[in-house]
Design a protein around this ligand. Structure first.
Ligand SMILES: Nc1ncnc2c1ncn2[C@@H]1O[C@H](COP(=O)(O)OP(=O)(O)OP(=O)(O)O)[C@@H](O)[C@H]1O
Ligand SMILES: [Mg+2]
Length: 587
């Protein structure tokens, strides 16, 4: 993410505690898993005793019935272990899947509340990576690593105690190697966590890059940039690999150090133990049990050191997810919102000064003031970059102005909940956005409760019904990502139908000049005429026909209204307007 906070000094494992609120709802499952964990750890420890009996009484005694008895005991222990493991594995994996899905949902729900500015700063690919890669990592942590760490901690402690009980001298030999193992683990852990975060970030970069190329594939191919893009992508991939390599090197070092220390200790112990058996100090069963415990303890240590690296990685992922979850929406709903009435509503801008957060020094509107009466149709014209679309963004409260107020029906829009405000606004944007779904879904987006009949009606009014019917599957036709399977004019008419279905009190139309031939222009214009009836309409106009239909025209330049009136008045009044008419409308 670009608002990267410094890797916090909070210890890695503490970060994982922030997952607790997500695990809490499933306390019963966790309790069950813990019980199963304790049970299997206990049974594993009992197995050492089984081995002792088996060796001393089975192998060493002449009585074959003793061997059978010992075998039966071992079989019972194994069955118990299998049963306990089944319960533990099922419960723990279940919790992992459940919790990671809950986190995914929480992150997505939070994203829905964030302001558009957040998505300008954070590329969609990175956000996707949080939702997929990071949560998947957490799933494997909660669904296995944590349980592995717990289980091995238990067997470590239990095995250690059993070692001490079984043979003190041998146990002390093994124990002397423990600090040598724990120290490097702690040292490396921190390094692995930092590298893990970096590694996840570079993987996200790879995804973002690919996503952008795929979305713009026609531009890439049109400019025959395939080879360059391939090279650039290879660069991204290699960067990710380089970071991953550093991470796995650290982890491999950690593992090799831990393992060699453990096995040196183990070999020494067996060597000493074997001499003691030879000298008759201990029985061979005792040595067997001891070796069993020692291997158990060693495996536990090795596993924990490996899992520790995993947990550090998860701490990195948790940190990123929590960062995302704690980013606050800029646009807040008031504590005591007022409600908007229905019907056509008047609009007033009062000395509105605004600069986009990403360009704080460049004013997008300056002291912008104007009023629009209820039910009036007003065209906004002005050169490109004048701030016309910005005006719509402010009216929908995607951004708050730095100073000045915007009123609808004499209520400051800050006093409304953003939802209530937007419920009253219908927008047909400059570049209509469609979802990769069928026509039904796209039109119904304006009103999910609409009946089929109402959808047809809206499509007819938008002049879209005819072409939709000619699509291969009619209203069930799939429109492709961003509606790529429609022409520009068709996309616009679907967007108009959607706005019709919403039936808003205020209509915001951002006309697109491109993509319309004379015939579909006439169709779109006719559709818009229909849509404007009985509503307050603000229309950013690029077509003379639209301007002529408006009750009034606002001429906008450099974030201000510099003139307003009827077409003829403006022609007489304003040089800029004359120029615009010549350039934009006379073709
Ligand atoms: N998200 C954004 N972040 C930063 N600056 C922006 C953003 N959107 C627009 N701008 C800038 O704000 C100014 C006004 O842009 P706006 O989109 O309102 O122009 P417009 O009048 O709609 O132009 P056009 O007729 O070309 O659509 C421009 O200088 C533009 O570069
Ligand atoms: Mg615009």
């Amino acid at each position: 993410m670009s608002d990267k906070s410094k890797p916090s000094e909070q210890a890695g494992m503490q970060l994982l505690l922030r997952l607790l609120p997500f695990i809490k709802p499933y306390r019963k499952m966790v309790l069950g898993a813990l019980l199963a964990l304790l049970f299997t750890a206990g049974v594993t420890l009992a197995m050492g005793q089984g081995i002792r009996i088996l060796v001393d009484q089975g192998f060493d005694s002449a009585d074959p019935s003793r061997l059978n008895q010992a075998m039966l005991i071992m079989a019972a222990i194994t069955a118990a272990l299998a049963f306990g493991t089944f319960i533990r594995f099922y419960l723990v994996s279940w919790i992992g899947e459940r919790v990671s899905n809950d986190i995914r949902l929480a992150v997505f729900n939070h994203l829905l509340t964030l302001h558009p500015h957040y998505f300008e700063e954070n590329r969609s690919g990175e956000i996707n990576a949080r939702l997929t890669t990071d949560t998947t990592l957490l799933q494997s942590i909660i669904g296995s690593s944590i349980s592995m760490a717990l289980r091995n901690s238990l067997t470590f402690v239990g095995g250690l105690i059993m070692m001490l009980v079984t043979n003190l001298k041998l146990a002390l030999i093994v124990l002397s190697s423990v600090p040598l193992i724990v120290l490097p683990m702690l040292m490396y852990g921190r390094r692995v966590r930092a590298l893990s975060r970096e590694s996840q970030d570079t993987v996200a970069d790879v995804g973002t890059y690919a996503g952008e190329i795929v979305q713009n594939i026609k531009v890439v191919q049109g400019y025959t940039r395939e080879a360059e893009e391939s090279r650039a992508f290879a660069g991204e991939v290699e960067k990710a690999f380089a970071v991953a390599k550093r991470r796995i090197l650290q982890r491999s070092l950690l593992i090799i150090v831990a393992m060699s220390l453990v096995f040196t200790g183990l070999a020494t112990m067996i060597w000493v133990g074997a001499q003691d058996v030879g000298g008759g100090v201990i029985s061979s069963g005792e040595l067997s049990a001891f070796i069993f415990y020692a291997i158990m303890v060693a495996t536990a240590v090795a596993t924990i050191s490996e899992v520790y690296g995993e947990l550090q990685r998860a701490a990195g992922a948790t940190e990123r997810l929590m960062e995302l979850l704690s980013s606050k929406p800029d646009i807040a709903a008031p504590s005591q919102p007022v409600a908007l009435p229905d019907g056509p509503l008047p609009i007033r801008f009062d000395k509105v000064n605004f600069a986009y957060p990403s360009r704080p020094d460049q004013a997008a509107t300056q002291e912008l003031s104007f009023t629009i009466d209820a039910g009036e149709t007003v065209a906004i014209v002005g050169p490109s970059g004048a701030g016309k679309t910005t005006l719509f963004e402010l009216l929908q409260r995607f951004y708050d102005p730095q100073s000045g107020d915007i009123h609808i029906a004499d209520k400051a829009i800050k006093q409304l909940t953003p939802q209530d405000l937007r419920l009253h606004l219908g927008i047909v944007p400059q570049q209509p956005t469609l979802f990769s779904s069928d026509v039904w879904h796209n039109i119904r987006y304006g009103n999910p409760q609409a009946t089929d009949e109402q959808v047809y009606q809206a499509a007819k009014q938008a002049n879209a019904h005819e072409f939709i019917q000619r699509l291969p599957k009619g209203y069930n036709s799939y429109l492709g990502e961003q509606g790529v399977r429609l022409s520009g004019g068709q996309r616009q008419r679907v967007a108009i139908a959607r706005a019709m279905l919403k039936n808003p009190s205020i209509l915001l139309l951002d006309e697109a000049t491109s993509a319309l031939d004379a015939e579909s222009e006439a169709k779109v214009t006719a559709a818009l005429q229909e849509l404007m009836k009985g509503r307050t309409t603000l229309i950013i106009a690029h077509r003379l026909a639209t301007v002529m239909h408006a009750d009034r025209i606002l001429l906008m330049d450099e974030g201000k209204i510099i003139a307003h009136g009827k077409h003829d008045e403006l022609l007489a009044q304003s040089e800029l307007y004359q120029r615009l008419c010549k350039l934009q409308f006379d073709h």
